[in-house]
Ligand binder design. Structure first.
Ligand code: SF4
Length: 163
């Protein structure tokens, strides 16, 4: 049986994003993994109890997913509400699901305060970007799960083929 991959539900077209839309990734690798039964889908933010649609949120300037997990940064939505608890809960749900299905890999939507793995928004809700990882990516990596962004899907496919 092939290695399984935790995948951000929005990349599979599920309408779970903050704006109520999906972000379907059209890629033959993803289609093949689905056919092979490798894909475990989850939206950590909805799993953490957030509604859809919801106010867009960002990790505070200077913080990242690891700092949120360590309690030294918060996740704030655009209205100024502190939504840290739901984001941490969602990350814990994602880890639990990955462990249940023995996923050693994850393909996560980039730039999200949850799923981002290489890039985050600034934290000022100004559309600017910075290097960094979100809460889910940080927690999965701490537990040894290898996290890939959509533009790294070919690398992940090579890992799966060699697994
Ligand atoms: Fe997609 Fe992750 Fe955001 Fe859910 S939390 S909408 S899966 S990027």
């Amino acid at each position: 049986e092939g290695a399984r991959v935790l995948v951000s539900a929005c990349l599979l077209g599920e309408p779970v994003r903050y704006d109520g839309r999906g972000a379907a990734l059209a890629d033959t690798c993803l289609e093949r993994w689905r056919a092979e039964g490798r894909v475990v889908a989850l939206c950590p933010e909805t799993a953490g109890g957030l509604p859809t649609p919801r106010a867009p949120a960002e990790i505070e300037p200077g913080g990242d997913g690891a700092a949120v997990l360590d309690g030294t940064a918060r996740v704030m939505d655009v209205t100024g509400a502190d939504v840290t608890t739901a984001y941490v809960e969602g990350a814990q749900r994602a880890l639990a699901l990955a462990q249940t299905h023995t996923c050693r890999y994850a393909l996560l939507m980039d730039r999200s305060p949850s799923c981002g793995s290489t890039v985050l928004y600034s934290g000022h809700h100004d559309g600017r970007r910075r290097a960094g990882e979100g809460v889910v990516a940080a927690l999965l990596r701490r537990r040894g799960i290898r996290v890939f962004a959509p533009d790294q899907i070919a690398d992940l496919d090579m890992c799966l083929r060699a697994d």
